[in-house]
Design a protein around this ligand. Structure first.
Ligand code: FAD
Length: 439
């Protein structure tokens, strides 16, 4: 029956999928996604996924992650992520994920801003799609996993201090979905912002529910602004120009065509430098140029970015392109431990929805796919070990409370923005105080 599961996983990005794949095959798992499965931020990841190439890279990878995070990271989480990297990379390769290789058959590693070494695996510039498609294919083939598209969680069901399921809107109807454990893998917060690289329906619903229900959250105002999205004055999602383009030598130019910053500094530093430059120039963008790089390498190394820019009327190899900072990633979220556990029994938060402090104040490029995989697997293993101790609980939620969809959406956004403002008024004023938000 559709109204009961052993585990409900909300979200079908890498975090949700990898969690589901690591749950016991004896558990009935129902996965929900607000849209079609292909529309999640995991599909958009371009640059790649970090890994621990060798034990010798541990200290420098650790230091790069901490430095990018302004040393506000949870060091224990960073350690878990780094040490867990080789295993999850091997797991996903086992599911058929392919990474680019050198002519000698060895993996090809790239570098992005604030990395002191080449440690990022990639699949062209479509790494997220490669990983997520393979995980999705595996999940679709599992008998114990059922995926419901266009099924939105509108609230949690909580009884006697434990998560006992979710209320969802599915095929236009509100209904309860009972479960012995609930995993929130709902991604980030970008849909609440006018300029964001995220899908518009990724609106941090789980965070709003957590704030309302008093489930602990952390670093709510730690929101990453990516330095280089392709400038556009059209509404909708902004197209990301991956950091690896700068890693391969692209330069940022002001109105006069002059460089004005070190392109490989951490994201927040580069974003701030661009913002200052835009104000100085009286422009709503700066330029990014790769015209000095090898003209054959650029379309070969960045085929997707090259194609998208051409569609927008820019030939990357011939001219600088206009770029602007845009909301990109959420470091904060629902407080979660090393096994994804939240402050509510039976409730887990993984991927961008959770906050185990691994990124501190600012995420190091290409650490999020890795973090999503490592901690969603850890969560799945803990749930698997505890599930038998959690019995199914039935309750009757008051579905009328969720009938007005627009009011609910606006309330959830308000709850989140109020909390961001409470934590960091300057950030709120600069980035959130915008009425033109279509959620
Ligand atoms: C353009 C872009 C490029 C990126 N490049 C990189 C990169 O190169 N390397 C890297 O490591 N990271 C990168 N990232 C970040 C990375 O892609 C994400 O952090 C990561 O994929 C998050 O995975 P997730 O599973 O947590 O969330 P997502 O993949 O965003 O999935 C969230 C899921 O939750 C569902 N959902 C949301 N709310 C609800 C609800 N109420 N009910 C039901 N379902 C819901 C959504 O439909 C979706 O299925 C990039 C991000 C973007 C936007």
């Amino acid at each position: 029956m559709l109204d009961t599961a052993d585990v409900v996983v909300v979200g079908t990005g890498v975090a949700g999928l990898f969690c589901a794949l690591n749950l016991p095959r004896t558990a009935k798992v129902v996965m929900l996604t607000k849209d079609q499965c292909e529309n999640c931020d995991s599909f958009l990841a371009q640059g790649g996924i970090c890994t621990l190439r060798s034990p010798e890279d541990y200290n420098s990878f650790f230091e790069d992650t901490m430095r990018a995070g302004h040393y506000e990271n949870n060091a224990a989480s960073v350690e878990l992520m780094l040490r867990g990297a080789p295993e999850v990379i091997s797991d996903i390769v086992g599911y058929g994920v392919e990474f680019d290789k050198e002519d000698n058959g060895e993996y090809q590693y790239t570098r992005e801003g604030a990395h002191s070494a080449y440690r990022i695996l990639h699949h062209d510039d479509l790494t997220g799609r490669e990983i997520t498609e393979k995980l999705l294919k595996e999940a679709r083939g599992r008998e114990n996993i059922e995926i419901l598209e266009y099924a939105a969680m509108v609230d949690l069901m909580v009884k006697d201090g434990r998560a006992v399921g979710v209320v969802m809107r599915y095929r236009g109807e509100l209904m309860p979905l009972y479960a012995r454990a609930v995993v929130l893998a709902t991604g980030g917060i970008g849909g609440l912002f006018k300029n964001s690289t995220n899908f518009r329906h990724i609106t941090a619903d789980a965070l709003a529910i957590a704030l309302i229900r008093g489930i602990k959250t952390q670093d709510v105002s730690y929101i990453q602004i990516h330095p280089t999205a392709l400038y556009s004055n059209k509404p909708g999602r902004r197209f990301l120009i991956s950091e690896s383009v700068r890693g391969e030598g692209a330069v940022l130019l002001n109105k006069a065509g002059e460089r004005f910053t070190d392109e490989l500094k951490p994201r927040d530093v580069v974003s701030a430098a661009i913002h200052r430059q835009m104000e100085k120039d009286g422009m709503d963008h700066v330029y990014l140029s790769v015209t000095h790089l090898n003209k054959e390498m650029v379309p070969r190394r960045f085929p997707n970015i090259y194609k998208k820019c051409l569609e927008e009327g820019y030939d990357l190899t011939r001219e600088p392109i206009p770029v602007t900072p845009a909301q990109h990633y959420y470091m904060g979220g629902i407080l979660s431990g090393g096994e994804g556990q939240t402050s509510l029994t039976g409730l887990y938060a993984v991927g961008e929805a959770g906050c185990n402090g691994v990124h501190g104040r600012n995420r190091l490029a290409s650490n999020s796919l890795l973090e999503s995989l490592v901690f969603s697997k850890r969560a799945a293993l803990q749930i698997g070990a505890r599930l038998n101790g959690w019995k199914a609980v039935l309750m009757k939620p008051d579905l009328k409370r969720y009938e007005d969809q627009a009011a609910l959406k606006s309330r959830y956004k308000q709850v989140i923005f109020d909390e961001i403002r409470r934590k960091d008024e300057a950030f709120y004023d600069q980035w959130c105080n915008d009425e033109d938000i279509d959620g």
